[in-house]
Design a protein around this ligand. Structure first.
Ligand code: FRU
Length: 491
């Protein structure tokens, strides 16, 4: 039985080993917001993931809430993800959760916005300080030769996020560098959203009479600002110069339509983020801090960029279809694999059952043989031995009788001493072999010898009776008649 269990375990573990799938990595992605720019980043990640079937991602969105983002990161820690990608809402507030993940041994890639401190594995994001400088340069070009400082409204993103502070810093630092008449800047916070930008800009325009330009820290807020200008009294549509950041499709379209004047690219590079994740997970070298370049987009390059953008979107859609198809195919293959494994398993099970049945019946048969047939065989053997002994004894007994038929001493005692048996034993044995008593047997043998002598020699009845030790010829004739049914003289 123990053997069967061991064989079964080996068999089943071999089966399990054969069907063990390759290692899969679970990646947690924590996005602070969901907007067009992040959708682009997500799509780039998804496309790159096609090249890394070993990675599976779970994406969670914090909708601009630090508290929600921290608890989502904590869930990823509990789920023991293999790697975490975080685009933090605000640097200070999200820092503790990121540090917890990092200290739990989870590699952390910080994307786009930074977290305070350095408890993270890699950073990939745009050059926000440079974006700010480009804003300043654009403002300087607007200022041109004007004698009065132009009035500028900065629509900033969420204050605690690094892009908002760095873009502002880059802009003010650059403006500080120039001499002469400088643009006059005032700031409002648009929280990265088009709608909130619309509200704050409308309110500002209502209170302050005149502005020449708006620098919005992203395209969505630039578009929201343009709409606020359009709807404000005293401002003709397009009378305020507006710059955005990001270069997303909506921004490019707004430039083409003249709603906004320009934008600075802010690359999302979801593909590079996934590639870096793959490198980290496989222990390959990677760049710890990647700052992506930015360029200015105006009406001249917005169109080719848009065309390129649309082509890439089309590619992404095609890829998505291909991905769906290959997932379907993969599913079919997996179904096939499942049935293949199932049939191997069932075959194995059947094999084990058959083996079990065989060993079981073997055991039962052995038991039966041990308890029934062997004793019977032993009995038979014993019987054979007994009958062999009997045959030898009867042979010897007959021989002795035959050799001494003419000997008057041939009687039960004689036979007993010749065969080494007592009188009773001789009686029992001779009876068992011949069915007669010893004396009767001896007499019969004598009669048969007498008959032979009478038939083959010239001896008389008297002589034969004497020869074979009968007490008288009359007694001989009597015995002869009893045995053969007629008198010796009547032969
Ligand atoms: C998108 C976004 C972008 C901006 C970036 C800054 O969520 O607001 O528009 O450039 O985040 O982190």
């Amino acid at each position: 039985m123990r053997n069967i269990i061991i064989i079964s375990l080996i068999f089943l573990s071999v089966l399990t080993c054969c069907s063990t799938p390759p290692r899969q990595y679970h990646i947690g992605v924590s996005q602070c917001l969901d907007d067009a720019w992040r959708e682009k980043m997500n799509a780039e990640m998804d496309r790159e993931l096609l090249l890394h079937p070993e990675m599976v991602i779970t994406r969670r969105i914090a909708y601009g809430s630090n508290v929600l983002q921290c608890s989502q990161i904590d869930s990823f820690i509990t789920e023991e993800v293999d790697l975490l990608i975080v685009s933090p809402n605000e640097a200070e507030e999200v820092k503790p959760a990121v540090a917890r993940a990092y200290r739990a041994g989870i590699p952390v890639i910080v994307a786009d916005r930074r977290v305070s401190g350095d408890e993270w594995t890699a950073f990939i994001g745009g050059d926000n300080y440079r974006v700010g400088q480009m804003m300043a340069e654009w403002l300087i070009s607007l200022q041109g030769e004007r004698k009065e400082p132009i009035q500028v409204l900065e629509v900033a993103g969420l204050t605690g996020s690094t892009p908002a502070t760095l873009r502002h810093q880059g802009m003010t630092d650059r403006l500080a560098e120039i001499g002469g008449i400088k643009p006059q800047i005032e700031s409002v916070i648009g929280y990265w959203y088009k709608e909130s930008a619309y509200d704050v800009v409308s309110e500002y325009l209502y209170k302050h009479k005149h502005i020449d330009a708006i620098v919005a820290q992203n395209d969505l807020m630039a578009i929201g600002s343009a709409e606020a200008v359009r709807d404000a009294t005293g401002y003709a549509e397009g009378s305020v110069h507006i710059m955005g950041v990001d270069g997303i499709m909506l921004g490019l379209q707004a430039i083409m339509e003249g709603t906004i004047e320009c934008s600075a690219t802010y690359p999302s590079r979801g593909d590079l983020i996934i590639e870096t994740a793959a490198r980290i997970l496989s222990g390959e070298p990677f760049v710890r801090d990647t700052v992506l370049e930015t360029i200015m987009i105006d009406a001249r390059i917005a169109n080719p960029m848009l065309v390129e953008y649309q082509a890439r979107l089309h590619d992404l859609e095609t890829l998505h279809i291909v991905q769906l198809q290959s997932e379907k195919r993969w599913q079919q293959i997996n179904n096939g694999k499942f049935f293949y494994n199932l049939s191997i398993f069932l075959f194995g099970l059947f094999f084990l059952l058959a083996l079990f049945f065989l060993l079981y019946t073997q055991r039962v048969i052995k038991k039966e043989i041990d308890s029934d047939i062997i004793p019977q065989l032993e009995e038979v053997q014993e019987a054979i031995q007994v009958s062999q002994k009997d045959a030898a004894f009867s042979e010897r007994m007959k021989q002795i009788v035959n050799d001494h038929l003419t000997d008057p001493d041939l009687n039960v005692e004689f036979l007993g001493s010749a065969l080494g048996l007592s009188r009773t034993q001789i009686f029992r044995r001779v009876k068992a072999i011949t069915g007669k008593g010893p004396l009767e047997y001896i007499r019969e043998q004598r009669l048969m010898r007498a008959d032979v002598l009478l038939r083959t020699t010239d001896m008389t009845i008297q002589q034969v009776a004497m020869e074979l030790c009968f007490s008288s010829p009359g007694y001989f004739s009597k015995c002869y008649k009893e045995y053969f049914g007629h008198l010796p003289s009547e032969r």
